[in-house]
Design a protein around this ligand. Sequence first.
Ligand SMILES: Nc1ncnc2c1ncn2[C@@H]1O[C@H](COP(=O)(O)OP(=O)(O)OP(=O)(O)O)[C@@H](O)[C@H]1O
Ligand SMILES: [Mg+2]
Length: 404
Amino acid sequence: MMKSVPLYTQMQLWLDKVNTVMRENLLGVRVIKAFNLEDKQNALFGKVNTEFTEKSIRAQNLTFTLMPIATLVMNLSIVAILWFGGNMVVSGNIETGKIMAFVNYLVQITNSLIMLVNMIINVSRAQASSGRIKEVLDCETSIKECNSPVLPENYDIEFKNVSFRYGESGEYVLKNLSFLFKEGQTIGIIGATGSGKSSVVSLIPRLYEVTCGQVLIGGCDVKDIPVQHLRSSIGIVLQENVLFQGTVKENMNFGDEEAEEEEIWDSLQAAQAEDFIQALPDKLQSQVEQRGKNLSGGQKQRLSIARTLLKKPKILIFDDSTSAVDLSTEARLQFEIAKKMNENTIIVIAQRISGVMDADTILMLDHGSVIAKGTHKELLQSNEVYRNIAVSQLGKEVLLNVTE
Ligand SMILES: Nc1ncnc2c1ncn2[C@@H]1O[C@H](COP(=O)(O)OP(=O)(O)OP(=O)(O)O)[C@@H](O)[C@H]1O
Ligand SMILES: [Mg+2]
């Protein structure tokens, strides 16, 4: 076992690699075709699979030779007993019955020995696997419940000197952010790709823990609010929206387990998803495939928005969630959400200025810092970068009502 357990551990590691390559090949099958990578991916699979085969043969060679050895020992000992016992019977020293009894006992003992060998084979494999299961089970979550939880009285969101980086090392992605969003406000966040917009909002429902500083909701540190309560009061439409295999209704029910069909249609209508769901043959009972493969990008986004609206959270966060929706649908969607959720705090991240220009406050992020803050009008007046982006996206007309 001392020799075989490490070999089985190696074998499991390579089985992992075979699985990873398989999974990537299946999930990325279109990319592989588009880049003509079939041969390369086949070769890669061949390589890891050969390595896995070699490791398995080595591990099993060791344990499976034990079995024939044990059987050989058993049979050789029977031969030896019959040989010596035969001679003793001939010379009259012992009776035949006693020899036969002796052989029977020996077979029983060596059978147990063979069972032991079988156990050794199974236990070595199980030990290697259980070690890996234990690794996962023993992994501690970085988000811990507070011992003396408090519930916020309102839903103002405040960042106090927040800095953040992913992992222990690496660069700070957010640097010393401080701002306050009042409950009921609509906040827009814009900034170049990689400026830290998604990172800012992922700190609010505690998807990640701040590195320094505090995120407060209604004056309570998010670390002191029970995670369940915190997350049920925040609805977030992530940049990468994920739908699950099942019917449209089942997907919507992730937002609210007990929602009636009427409420579901209501949310779908607000998210501008009603029309295309109505056009499906089975309406709410239509199947959504794994990861929403049978829906277009914009349809997926609108369904994800509807799912979050159904949750009726206090704080709504949209992370670039209308990027695949055309401009007129985006405008209608914003209007409906503003109407339906006018008492909620809404945070909208967008690449297009049209997505945030109606917000009460707009934050401009650059390399993890706030470089400007204000309403659309204020920023047009005071910030040249914002003005240039606005003119390039919306045309010179945006400057008409703005006086320098
Ligand atoms: N899970 C992660 N692990 C490590 N680094 C990350 C992770 N997610 C993002 N980053 C890094 O953090 C920085 C900010 O990323 P973030 O996703 O917040 O940008 P963003 O403003 O939302 O960009 P985009 O407009 O493209 O969505 C980037 O430089 C990125 O490389
Ligand atoms: Mg982002």
